[in-house]
Design a binder for this molecule. Structure first.
Ligand SMILES: [Zn+2]
Length: 135
């Protein structure tokens, strides 16, 4: 694993431990690297009213925006599953708001990296901010 990806993996693994997943027991950690190089992390947060739960990626993106940044250069998620798990459809669109099509999105399990995609591979022909008329 490349050092920059390893750093994302370790950050995602650490925050995965804090996930609130008492219902699914499917803990997810996410790490996004912003343009400054800073890594922002998030974990899934489930809720007894199930639809109110939120994804790890959403938490990481929220932390990035709260930190004053608006550009993602890499994403990594980690799960405990035994099969490849990639970002859900909603999170692909959340990432799209702040990332270019060639942004790497890494999917990892507890023991290491499973696969790397570009955002365009995960969300082809996507809709983004530039599709809206100028303000
Ligand atoms: Zn998601």
């Amino acid at each position: 694993m490349a050092p920059d990806v390893q750093e994302l993996f370790e950050a995602a693994r650490a925050v995965q431990e804090r996930a609130h997943a008492p219902y699914s027991r499917f803990r997810v950690g996410a790490a996004v690297r912003a343009a400054s190089g800073t890594i922002y992390v998030g974990c899934n947060v489930e809720n007894a009213a199930y639809p109110q739960g939120s994804c790890a990626e959403a938490g990481a993106i929220s932390a990035m925006v709260a930190g004053g940044e608006r550009h993602i250069v890499a994403v990594l998620t980690v799960t405990d599953g035994t099969e490849l798990s990639t970002c859900c459809g909603g999170c692909r669109q959340r990432i799209r708001e702040f990332a270019a099509g060639d942004t790497p999105v890494h999917a990892a399990g507890r023991d290491g990296l499973w696969a790397t995609f570009t955002l365009d591979e995960l969300l082809p022909s996507s809709f983004g901010p530039e599709n809206l008329p100028p303000r």
